[in-house]
Write a protein that binds this ligand. Sequence first.
Ligand code: CTP
Ligand code: MG
Length: 252
Amino acid sequence: MSRCRCQAEARPAAVAAPDPGADLTVVVVAAGSGERFGHPGGKALVEVAGRPLVAWSLLAADAAPSVAALVLVCRPADLAAMEALVAGLPLALPVAVVPGGDDRQASCAAGLDVVSSEVPLVAFHDGARPLVRPHTFEAVAARLRADASLGGAVAGCPCTDTVKVVRDGTVSATPDRGNLWVVQTPQAFPIEVIRAAHRRARSVGTDDASLVEAMGLPVAVVDAQRNNLKLTYPEDLVVVEATLLAAEREGE
Ligand code: CTP
Ligand code: MG
């Protein structure tokens, strides 16, 4: 696998040392094909509220005091464009830009390959969730620090819709909503736990936590940010852009 390390020294902003207590690497995965969004070449570089979509997640993670380093996983065809993007953003932390894989899990594994084992925690975050705030990275990291028995801590919120299990177009069950949560990213793990989970993975999961759950380890859910939406369909753009522009107006 080829690895491209962005040249921090080429950036306009001064590169500051991470906080002395920073113990979290954030891997932003942005190597998807954006099929449901309907944009040829993926959605990560689509302009959203004045910036490429993935830039919002990088800026939010960079501003979280617990974060020591960033990894950006992108489509191989986007490597040069992503390096240029990162070089032009006012980021304080070092960023490694690496090519992703054919599915999200392979992209996470590619990012994990370049994470330093000296940083004890790692969080994966979807580049398609631009509304994430720095406090959400803090919240999942804090949950892990508070309980050493946890295999992971993931952002999410209690389900507000009723969910049906549907087979062949017909409802086969209505699970008790009181037990249902919608999970998002970031999803954070002790570095050795998530490395072991990837080594042992026998199937492709839709999130990182499911690999850790398969090892029998407890994963906590953290109700940190209800509006942490994922840009999936074109119609999501209106809400996402309005929220980003409102946050900028309010100086958040
Ligand atoms: N992702 C990735 N590598 C892949 C597939 C997905 O890094 N091979 C990332 C996406 O870039 C996105 C996140 O995983 O930030 C969540 O995926 P999703 O919203 O499904 O994005 P896409 O896979 O790009 O969209 P689609 O499924 O509609 O093609
Ligand atoms: Mg996808």
